[in-house]
Design a protein around this ligand. Sequence first.
Ligand SMILES: Cc1ncc(COP(=O)(O)O)c(C=O)c1O
Length: 327
Amino acid sequence: MTFSAGLDALRTLPSFSLAHYPSPVEPLSRLRTALGAAPRLLVKRDDALSFGFGGNKVRKVEVLAARALDDDADVLITTGGVQSNHCRVTAAAAARLGMRCVIVANGEPPPRPTGNALLDRLFGAEVQYVATREERVPAMEAVADRLRSEGMHPVVIPLGASTPLGAAGFARAVGELVSQLDEPPDYIFHSSSSGGTQAGLVAGQVLYDLKTRVIGISADEPADRLRATVSGIVAGLGELLGMDGHKLAAARPIEVDTRFIGEGYGVPTEASLEAQSVLARTEALVVDHTYTAKALAGLIAWIREGRFRESDTVLFWHTGGQVGVFA
Ligand SMILES: Cc1ncc(COP(=O)(O)O)c(C=O)c1O
């Protein structure tokens, strides 16, 4: 099968639309001036997606929601940290679909839920807490078994909806971006963690035959592991689209930059604090310290390192997470 047949398969994958598309693409002219930046800077506003406070998870969950409906599911079970954006979007999707939602959150139950934890409850999700990341998958399986024994039809959505099906939502987003611009950007910068967003973007580059370099700025994962995860999801997406998955995964380098993690997941760094502040003050856009501020810090560092040409167009894919500032 050729890549163009894969593209046809991608276009016809069922999806349950939750938001209005396309998300806007806007110039970051004042940020560019403030940074004395050489390249043209653009932002893709997935933070502004019109569903459940937006973010990249909306695109992934739409494809998984269509499959869940097709499977006659009545409960969505998922997992993440207490302040997970993914859990919040899944809870919102369950509400919209008329399904129950059970979240297995690793961490302490907050004495007063804030940010995403507050929204999870507002959307009607039941939250079960486990102490460690390792307990998440077994706890989800246990919830699913219990609900099945009660006659329910639960579907387990893995961490970050980072499955080949979830990544398909992002591969499609590449087509959306192409339709918004005269020329595709030379670079896309975005936050990368459970790998599904980057896998979708990389697969999209191949399927839409773009030369764009996709740079995933790691929020927490070491380079080798993140690259392997992304590559595995791209291969799985290829199979899903009836293609040679390994060929699809090998068609583009998977580029990650892990220099902006700092002390770890969710811990602000000097660079993320600067990135958050400069973007808010120049463009009135908000990024969070766990994901998007670190991704923007990465882009700013690349600018300062002189890695771009003046003729380059660099797009910052804002993957959301702004609810995190209210945590
Ligand atoms: C706001 C935000 N940006 C980026 C990411 C990273 O996306 P992915 O998990 O698909 O790598 C996430 C989730 O993990 C997120 O919530």
